[in-house]
Design a protein around this ligand. Sequence first.
Ligand SMILES: [Zn+2]
Length: 124
Amino acid sequence: MTKTYGDCVYCGDEANSIDHIPAQSRRWYLEGKYEFLEVEACMDCNLMLSNKSYNTLYERKRFILQRLEERAREMKVRGTWTTDEIMKIEGHLRTQAMTDRANYEDLCNRLIYARYTTNEVREI
Ligand SMILES: [Zn+2]
């Protein structure tokens, strides 16, 4: 039976993996120092976190927020085509422009979620 997931705790996208907090590879020497959590995450966020040394949900959410902000800055130039602009170009370039815009819009939605929810999580 396939396990079903909810939303990624970091970006709100569809989750398809479990993120371990702290990273599983680091838990052996963090026993007792941090609360061990398992949260649902999309593969993209999970891979960005990998075995990084962020040991709390808040630290991990801050890291993902920062990475999504960086990506948004990188993608903004290509992701903000207007429909009029897209209709003036043809063929492969039009397809590429539409893809870039859709990817940028997805990223912006993830970023909005990350901004909103990261501010709700505070270090205890
Ligand atoms: Zn995610």
